[in-house]
Design a protein around this ligand. Structure first.
Ligand code: HEM
Length: 504
């Protein structure tokens, strides 16, 4: 048939024909969607979902962790959600999450493929990498961070030094209200920066402050509905401007900053005397030329740096921000911590890690801040690498998994006071520190946070150093609020505080 004939036959279709065609097409799409949606036998139950969109529009992204925890009352500890044409499974409670992430570690250790992350870093690095390359990168990160002092005295020394810079800035506030967000971000970031870049950044460094701002903004946007839609319908969303594009732009700018640092390292790199993580990685690139699958090349380096920079800054600084909020909210607990600091350390020297075993109350308070702060409430998603059974349900290979850490940290079967701020959750009747098994803010299994010991060291030293010198309170006439903002992390809403020197 000639092109002309085809064109004529289309133009001769009447309005009723067009309606019939549209109806036909819609029914066809609905049936194929229904067929694609067919669940295997024994698949976990879940709320009713709408064609194409699934459950995405009924999710409250501003408090998703609370909504998903509540949904387990109706659907049980393992339930399914449909997001953008794909079923995912939400796992709740300590027992179930342990059964999945630890007892079936091999099946539940991968990350789901993400079109959004591919746009930022091609899913190399560590956090969104998988398989052989992920194993090699993770092993390298753990051993190199250890060589540069994580868990050792020289890192303790860097943290104490950094506190001295922070101390000066806080003293200069002269007891007036200030917003600690970027100051604490910068303080904490300087520790990971000294490990990976071999240097710290001044609190007045505009370029670095801009990077911290981009990171906070990018992480907030990453948790938004727009980004969820972008990940679900990448081709369609690519056509529209919006916050999802801003998010990608934030992370791309961070990558340019990291690439400049890599370039600067290249210029005076001496493989015989590595100064920091970047130098060691450059050497590893040379060593692994014959093993391209391991992912050691310059793009890989940038992705690893992005992971370490973000994970090493935002998590610990958000926890410290929560610590300020909780200490303002519970001044009697703040006084108890200060009394223990005065008794064990005194005022003549800075706190050190050797003090921790002698300070069970302070240790319990820090753990309780982490539990209630719940900064990664839905963990980072996982992905099944084979068909499996969990809690009597069938979960097929290739299913995205949300291990709901909120349901663990507030699990009513595991905690003395699951829903209130109570350091007794971590103390036995003799006042000794105890760590219940359900304390999993760093998650569990093969993907467990590789920065745990660094974070725990920073939290103990910064928290005790601050309360040794200052008393934190809300500005006159205001009350501290436990309200939160949910992006990738759960952080306190912006707040101001006053820090009064304890001894003048
Ligand atoms: C209070 C501080 C921190 C908390 C609560 C925290 C928590 C977590 C959690 C829940 C995960 C996901 C684990 C999973 O998939 O099951 C994770 C992963 C990760 N964390 Fe942390 N983290 C903290 C600090 C740090 C620090 C300081 C670093 C820097 C070295 C870091 C580096 C990472 C990396 C690279 C991953 C990805 C690991 C992988 O995919 O194999 N984290 N973290």
């Amino acid at each position: 048939m000639a092109f002309n004939d085809i064109f004529m036959s289309f133009t001769s279709i009447s309005w009723t024909d067009t309606q019939t065609l549209l109806l036909f097409f819609t029914i066809f799409l609905l049936i194929s969607e229904q067929l694609r949606n067919r669940k295997p036998k024994n698949f976990p139950p879940g709320p009713t979902c709408y064609p194409f969109l699934g459950n995405i529009l009924s999710l409250d992204v501003a408090q998703l962790h609370l909504q998903l925890t509540k949904m387990s009352d109706n659907y049980g500890n393992i339930f399914s959600l449909r997001m953008g044409g794909k079923d995912c499974i939400v796992i709740n409670t300590y027992t179930m999450i342990k059964k999945a992430l630890v007892d079936q570690a091999d099946t539940f250790s991968a990350r789901p493929p993400s079109d959004v992350f591919k746009k930022i870093n091609k899913c190399q690095g560590i956090s969104f990498n998988n398989g052989y390359s992920w194993k090699q990168q993770r092993r390298f990160i753990l051993s190199t961070l250890k060589n540069f002092g994580v868990g050792k005295r020289n890192l303790e020394w860097s943290i104490k030094e950094e506190f001295n810079f922070l101390n000066k800035v806080i003293i200069n506030t002269e007891g007036k209200p200030f917003d600690a967000h970027y100051l604490i971000n910068n303080t904490v970031s300087n520790i990971i920066c000294s490990l990976v870049f071999g240097k710290r950044f001044e609190y007045t460094d505009k370029r670095f402050l801009n990077m911290l701002n981009l990171m906070s903004k990018g992480l907030k946007l990453q948790g938004s509905l727009w980004t969820q839609l972008y990940d679900s319908f990448p081709n369609l969303m690519e056509l529209f401007p919006g916050p999802h594009k801003d998010m990608v732009s934030c992370f791309k700018q961070l990558c340019s900053f990291l690439n400049e640092e890599i370039k600067a390292h290249h210029a005076d790199w001496d493989p015989s005397s590595p100064r920091d993580f970047i130098d060691c990685y450059l050497t590893e690139i040379e060593k692994r030329r014959d093993d391209p699958e391991a992912g050691f090349h310059e793009d890989g380096l940038c992705d690893v740096l992005l992971d370490l920079f973000i994970a090493g800054t935002e998590t610990t600084s958000t926890t410290l921000l929560w610590s300020f909020v909780y200490m303002m909210k519970f001044p009697e607990i703040q006084e108890n911590v200060q009394a223990e600091i005065d008794r064990v350390i005194g005022q003549s020297r800075q706190p050190c890690m050797a003090d921790r075993p002698n300070m069970p109350y302070t240790d319990a308070v820090i753990h309780e801040i982490q539990r209630m702060g719940n900064i990664l409430p839905l963990n980072i998603p996982r992905f099944t690498t084979k068909n499996t059974m969990l809690g009597g349900f069938f979960i097929p290979k290739g299913t995205p998994i949300i291990p709901n850490l909120t349901s663990v940290l507030f699990d009513e079967t595991q905690w003395k006071s699951p829903h209130s701020f109570d350091p007794q959750n971590f103390l036995n009747p003799q006042g000794e520190f105890i760590k219940p098994e359900a304390f999993l803010p760093f998650s569990a299994g093969k993907r467990v946070c590789p920065g745990e010991s660094l974070a725990r060291m920073e939290l103990f030293l910064f928290f005790t150093s601050i309360l040794q010198v200052f008393t934190l309170s809300p500005p006159a006439g205001t009350k501290p609020s436990l309200e939160f903002e949910l992006g990738v992390t759960l952080s306190p809403k912006p707040f101001k505080m006053t820090a009064r020197p304890r001894w003048q």
